[in-house]
Design a protein around this ligand. Structure first.
Ligand SMILES: [Zn+2]
Length: 462
């Protein structure tokens, strides 16, 4: 593409965002897709949110019997919402509401406005359906265009999309966002791992978007093929999400492959993947002109203090086929409202610990799989693949952590392995406050996943 310039051929301007170009002069990492919005002074941003909140509340009240009823039950009318803090007067919505109104009972526009559906897999219950107007798709795409720009991607990049295409939002979401910023998309989808690696080399992928566990697997297969991601490919960026992952996994990925690993967040109910960290890797910027977020105590529903952990609750501010009012996502996070060093004023959510749904209760103690991951990956002898198996022996919950050991550490000396397993158990006990049996296994034992990894097998539910 760049060679065309030399021939005097005009670059197509259709992909180009002039604002992004102006702001990109100077330090290339400080690029913005829409600097006016991304760096908007906080007071202006809040004013914008306030206006949009009023509009969306009036809109759902006028267009949805579901919300009219909910508002009536809560004794709140659209006129009661004048300032931003009035959001607390509005009732919550949950996944159960989506299921109970399946398929389209919470939509606010008739079918001829809808240009696309996405549907959740329904593995844990009835599936949920999300519908989009063209404007909703544009908002989603714009969110990702800002996010991908904030991690330094743009024209000239080849973005390999290794999320599933289809009813799942990951593939198409990334695809549209990447095209919007003028990058080249390699729409791989999941699976076909050897071909992923071949095309990564042949077409010069500079970025990949997939689950972190799948990327670890891609790296494993590459090594078996005699290919080093660091030396034999152009890959420099990974956009990882769709499953919780830890800071330790980030370190492992970056050290093993030389790429920068970024966290991406979004859920199908909100649109799909929407937000990433900026290049500073210190929290995920949530676009406040599009989404109003609250972090609340899951038990009381009250706002938690600054820097405290709580449940993420979202109100959409510019999404019309399927707006959401105070939707309880179920993810636990910490809100950071300080202006980021990158210049963006939009709030950040710190690394997602997991969903309240993912939380295991073992002998009365809350355990998140991501906590187990953090403990394991701090030890250099431990590989990246693990599984948590929970069972019940008599009245007692028993947690077994099955984990792969690196080839180097998998020595024949039984005593070494025994002392390692004791050490792992001790660390787990220290952090989780609950004891676990540790089973060390050889590399390649735990099944690999092309999408979301199955980290937990809870036999108590069977
Ligand atoms: Zn930032």
């Amino acid at each position: 593409m760049r060679g065309l310039l030399g021939l005097g051929v005009q670059q197509p301007t259709v992909f180009y965002n002039w604002n992004a170009m102006i702001a990109s002069v100077g330090d290339m990492m400080f690029r913005y897709w829409n600097p006016h919005i991304e760096r908007m002074p906080l007071t202006d941003l809040q004013k914008l949110q306030e206006n949009r909140l009023r509009s969306v509340v009036r809109f759902v009240s006028a267009h949805s019997a579901f919300y009219r009823q909910r508002f009536a039950e809560a004794g709140v009318a659209p006129e009661d919402i004048t300032k931003l803090s009035d959001v607390a007067k509005l009732p919550f919505t949950t996944k159960l509401d989506l299921r109970n109104t399946y398929p389209t009972g919470m939509f606010c526009l008739p079918g001829d406005w809808i240009v696309r559906y996405h549907v959740s897999s329904g593995t844990t219950g009835k599936p949920t359906v999300v519908g989009y107007t063209q404007g909703d798709i544009d908002m989603w795409t714009d969110s990702l265009a800002r996010a991908l720009t904030s991690i330094g991607l743009g024209r000239g990049d080849v973005i390999q999309v290794g999320y599933g295409y289809g009813l799942f939002t990951g593939g198409l979401g990334l695809h549209y966002g990447a095209e919007k910023i003028g990058a080249t998309v390699l729409p791989m989808g999941t699976g076909n791992t050897e071909r992923q690696i071949e095309l990564m080399q042949d077409l010069g992928s500079t970025a990949i978007a997939c689950t972190p566990s799948y990327f670890l697997y891609i790296n494993e297969v590459a090594q078996q093929m005699g290919i080093s991601i660091r030396d034999d490919t152009k890959l420099k960026v990974g956009v990882f999400g769709a499953e919780p992952w830890s800071e330790e996994t980030r370190k492992r990925i970056e050290e093993a492959t030389g790429i920068k690993a970024y966290d991406i967040f979004g859920t199908s109910e909100m649109s799909g993947p929407l937000f990433t960290e900026c290049h500073l890797q210190n929290g995920i910027h949530v676009w406040a002109d599009y989404f109003l977020i609250e972090v609340l105590d899951p038990k009381t529903g009250e706002q938690v203090g600054e820097g405290e952990r709580g449940e993420l609750v979202v109100t959409t501010l510019d999404k019309w086929a399927f707006p959401l009012i105070r939707y309880r996502i179920g993810d636990l996070t910490i809100l950071n409202t300080e202006v980021c060093e990158c210049g963006r004023t939009h709030p950040r959510i710190m690394r997602i610990l997991g969903r309240t749904d993912d939380m295991l209760i073992i002998r009365g103690i809350n355990v998140f799989p991501s906590q187990v991951e953090s403990v394991l990956l701090r030890m250099p002898e431990i590989g990246e693949q693990y599984q948590i198996i929970v069972d019940r022996k008599g009245p007692l919950d028993v947690m077994t952590v099955k984990v792969e050991v690196t080839e180097k550490a998998f020595s024949d000396k039984i005593s070494d392995l025994m002392s390692l397993s004791k050490r792992v158990a001790k660390e787990l006990q220290k952090v989780l406050n609950v004891s676990a049996e540790v089973e060390l296994v050889e590399q390649g034992t735990i099944p690999r996943s092309m999408g979301k990894a199955q980290r937990v097998i809870d036999k108590r539910k069977v």
